[in-house]
Design a protein around this ligand. Structure first.
Ligand SMILES: C[S@@+](CC[C@H](N)C(=O)[O-])C[C@H]1O[C@@H](n2cnc3c(N)ncnc32)[C@H](O)[C@@H]1O
Length: 254
C-alpha cells in the first residue's frame, strides 16, 4: 500500500485564498462533526445493519486495492461521499452496470435507508445485492487516505453539509487542505461533481476552486446536468425555493 501513497499532505497546486477566506481556514481536523446516529433504530433497521451491511461493506483492509472487492473487468471505479438516503448512488449503479461504485455515509439512518431500498423485509441476510456496489459506512476521508493514487474515475459530493458559519469553515469538505487528497486519488481527466444549494458554500467553492490548479474548474450549471440523478436533499432545497449549483471539475492531467 505504501508504494501507492504519495502523502496526502502535499500542498501542491493550491494558491492562497483571499484574506477573508484565509481567516476561516485552518487544517480540517480528522473528527466528524455531523450526526452519525439519529433516533433509536427500529428492529428492521437493526437487521439491515447486522445482516445486510456486512454483505456490502468494503472491508477496510481492501481500501488499498479496492477493485479486488468487485467483479473482474470493471470499466471504471466511482466514489460517492455522503450518499444520504442513497437515491443517487442506487440510480448510478442501476444506470452503469459496467462501473463499480463505493458509497460512503456516516449517518446510520441514511445507511439503513439505502439498504432498505435494496432488500425486502425478512430477506436481509439472503436477498441478492448489486455486485457493483460497495459501502463505506464511515468517514470518507479515511477511505480517501487509504485508496491508491489515481484509483478513481469519478467522485460525487452532493449537497455536503454546508457549515455556513465562518468559524466552522474548516469542517467543509471542499477545502484547500482537502484538494491534494482528492486530486491524488483521481485519475488524470477524472470528474469531480459537486452540488450545493447553500449560498455561503457556493461562494466558498467558487473561491477555493479558483485558487488552485489541480482541477479545471468551469463555472457551475444552474440546472442539474444530464446523467446526474436527483437526491432527496436537492428535492428539499428546490421545494424551499433555494437555487442549487452543479459543478463538474476535471482533474488536470499533468
Ligand atoms: C446534507 S446531507 C446530503 C446527502 C445526500 N448527498 C443528498 O444530496 O441527499 C450530507 C451527508 O453527508 C454525510 N457526511 C458528512 N461528512 C461525511 C464524511 N466525512 N464521510 C461520509 N459522509 C459524510 C452526512 O452524514 C450527510 O448524510
Amino acid at each position: 500500500m505504501g508504494a501507492h501513497r504519495s502523502g496526502a499532505g502535499a500542498e501542491g497546486g493550491v494558491r492562497p485564498l483571499s484574506e477573508a477566506a484565509r481567516a476561516a481556514v485552518k487544517p480540517p481536523p480528522d473528527r466528524l462533526y455531523g450526526r452519525s446516529r439519529g433516533h433509536k433504530l427500529r428492529p428492521r433497521q437493526e437487521d439491515l445493519l447486522r445482516l445486510t451491511l456486512p454483505r456490502l461493506r468494503l472491508p477496510p483492509d481492501q481500501a488499498a486495492d479496492p477493485r479486488a472487492a468487485f467483479p473482474a473487468g470493471l470499466a471504471e471505479l466511482w466514489l460517492e461521499v455522503g450518499f444520504g438516503g442513497g437515491e443517487h448512488a442506487l440510480a448510478q449503479v442501476a444506470a452503469h452496470p459496467e462501473v463499480g461504485l463505493i458509497a460512503c455515509e456516516v449517518f446510520e439512518n441514511g445507511i439503513c435507508s439505502l439498504l432498505s431500498r435494496l432488500v425486502p423485509e425478512g430477506a436481509e441476510a439472503t436477498a441478492p445485492l448489486p455486485p457493483t456496489l460497495r459501502l463505506w459506512p464511515d468517514d470518507a476521508r479515511t477511505l480517501l487516505r487509504a485508496l491508491p493514487d489515481g484509483s478513481l474515475d469519478r467522485l460525487f459530493l452532493l449537497f455536503p453539509d454546508p457549515w455556513p458559519k465562518t468559524r466552522h469553515a474548516k469542517r467543509r469538505f471542499v477545502h484547500p487542505a482537502m484538494l491534494p487528497l482528492v486530486a491524488r486519488v483521481l485519475k488524470p481527466n477524472a470528474v469531480w461533481r459537486v452540488a450545493s444549494d447553500d449560498p455561503t458554500y457556493q461562494a466558498w467553492v467558487s473561491e477555493v476552486m479558483s485558487a488552485q490548479d489541480l482541477f479545471i474548474a468551469p463555472a457551475p450549471a444552474t440546472a442539474r446536468p444530464e446523467g446526474w440523478p436527483p437526491t432527496r436533499y436537492e428535492a428539499k432545497a428546490l421545494r424551499a425555493g433555494r437555487h442549487p449549483l452543479y459543478w463538474t471539475f476535471i482533474r488536470r492531467a499533468g
